[in-house]
Design a protein around this ligand. Structure first.
Ligand SMILES: [Zn+2]
Ligand SMILES: [Zn+2]
Length: 290
């Protein structure tokens, strides 16, 4: 039976960074369902289970995009694809990532060579490699997939040289992911007029509490400020870009009960007065259909 799929964004993992603690959200991953196709953006730990729990069949993925090779965006790429293969994936799947993505994939497959050998030789399953193609992208056009075009803007996320904001455009919708970036004004032009901007965000007041709570080196604040964007600056980008809906993800802090949605709304109140969603794992946001 044909199922008419809604066009939607699903936030699968919304915390910043790779650590996980009891009750914490998952590291970064999202899915976009557009015109019956499913695309996954970033593959932090937990993405496989999160997709299944969001009622998305692993064998129905149409493309995977990695914004940069930090582990909180990459760690579960291989396990996701491998599990999809063992869950019935039987059509080509393209993985798009920056320089180094091919080496990641080849190394992952090498690490799985025993199991892969067993399943292809004994179980007569077709090789996973025959289904997967890897595309290394840079700034500019990334992919043209039917009515969907994907393009990339290199953002500033030191010391990572290649980290890319990604824009997904169809005649009906424009969705932009900031990826990890320090405050980067050119992103406003890239995201101009987007229906949804999904932007990473930090809450100033939450950082010192985070350093204390997890016993991190006090340099963590400096490290975060050099590489990520404070909430009020996220609002500046969204306002300059005239986006229709701002969604915060890659939240820092993400799992401190002292900091609620109200704190995030407060932090943005001076710079953004449009629709705002504070990302939560499993949050679903409809895309425009007309
Ligand atoms: Zn990250
Ligand atoms: Zn990063």
């Amino acid at each position: 039976m044909d199922k008419v799929q809604a066009n939607r964004l699903i936030l699968l993992g919304t915390k910043g960074g790779a650590s996980v603690r009891k009750g914490s959200p998952r590291p970064s991953s999202s899915a976009l369902q557009i015109d019956g196709k499913t695309y996954v953006i970033d593959c932090g730990l937990g993405v496989t289970r999160a997709l299944v729990d969001a009622d998305i069949s692993l064998s129905q993925m149409d493309g995977v995009f990695i914004t940069h090779l930090h582990c909180d965006h990459l760690l579960e790429l291989g396990p996701l694809i491998y599990t999809a293969w063992l869950s019935g994936l039987n059509r080509p799947l393209n993985i798009f990532g920056p320089t180094g993505i091919t080496e990641y994939w080849n190394s992952f497959l090498a690490a799985m060579s025993f199991d892969h050998g067993v399943r292809t030789q004994n179980d007569k399953r077709g090789s996973l490699n025959d289904l997967i193609s890897i595309t290394t992208y840079g700034e500019g056009s990334v992919a043209s997939l039917g009515g969907l075009t994907v393009s990339a803007l290199r953002v500033e996320h030191p010391p990572v040289d290649e980290c890319y904001a990604l824009k997904f455009e169809t005649p009906k919708s424009k969705i932009v992911f900031s990826a990890d970036t320090k405050y980067f004004p050119p992103l406003a032009q890239f995201a101009y007029g987007a229906d949804i901007l999904i932007h990473e965000a930090m809450l100033d007041a939450g950082i010192d509490a985070l350093v204390q709570r997890i016993g991190a080196n006090p340099d963590l604040r400096q490290h975060l400020e050099a590489r990520h964007t404070m909430a009020p600056d996220v609002g500046k980008i969204a306002t300059a870009a005239s986006v229709k809906h701002l969604v915060l993800n890659h939240l820092v802090p993400a799992d401190d009960p002292e900091f609620t949605d109200a704190h995030w709304h407060d932090a943005l109140s001076q710079t953004w007065d449009g629709p705002l969603s504070v990302g939560k794992d499993g949050m679903v946001i409809d895309l425009p259909n007309s």
